[in-house]
Design a protein around this ligand. Sequence first.
Ligand SMILES: NC(=O)c1ccc[n+]([C@@H]2O[C@H](COP(=O)([O-])OP(=O)(O)OC[C@H]3O[C@@H](n4cnc5c(N)ncnc54)[C@H](OP(=O)(O)O)[C@@H]3O)[C@@H](O)[C@H]2O)c1
Length: 99
Amino acid sequence: TVGSITRQSEPGAETGPISAAYAPSKSFLNAVTVQYAKELKDTGILINAGCPGFCATDLNGFRGVRTPEQGAAIAIRLARLPDGGPTGGFFDDDGPIPW
Ligand SMILES: NC(=O)c1ccc[n+]([C@@H]2O[C@H](COP(=O)([O-])OP(=O)(O)OC[C@H]3O[C@@H](n4cnc5c(N)ncnc54)[C@H](OP(=O)(O)O)[C@@H]3O)[C@@H](O)[C@H]2O)c1
């Protein structure tokens, strides 16, 4: 959700510290997800972005509140979408996230 410009713009939203590099790098990933989904829309290949939530890893000195296993769940769910499932979307465990 750090890459969600909508979430970042919501007053009072808790989307992490101000970042001129990390957050925009995630917004880029969201944007390129949409472009890949458009490019591959007639191939049956589904292209989606997944947010793991704030997970305890090396990246954040293990301050994350979720386990890596919890964070991996959305990637596994998206990797196992059935044929005809959503494409060009952004999801976490609770469902779609606004771009
Ligand atoms: N942790 C979170 O809360 C969180 C939330 C949202 C998104 N993410 C994203 O999830 C991704 C993984 O983060 P993480 O939390 O799992 O971090 P992490 O535990 O620090 O793992 C980062 C991984 O990237 C590898 N890596 C770093 N530089 C590399 C390079 N130049 N070439 C190849 N591999 C490289 C590292 O390999 P080595 O171990 O060999 O150094 C390590 O396996 C990142 O893109 C992060 O922004 C994380």
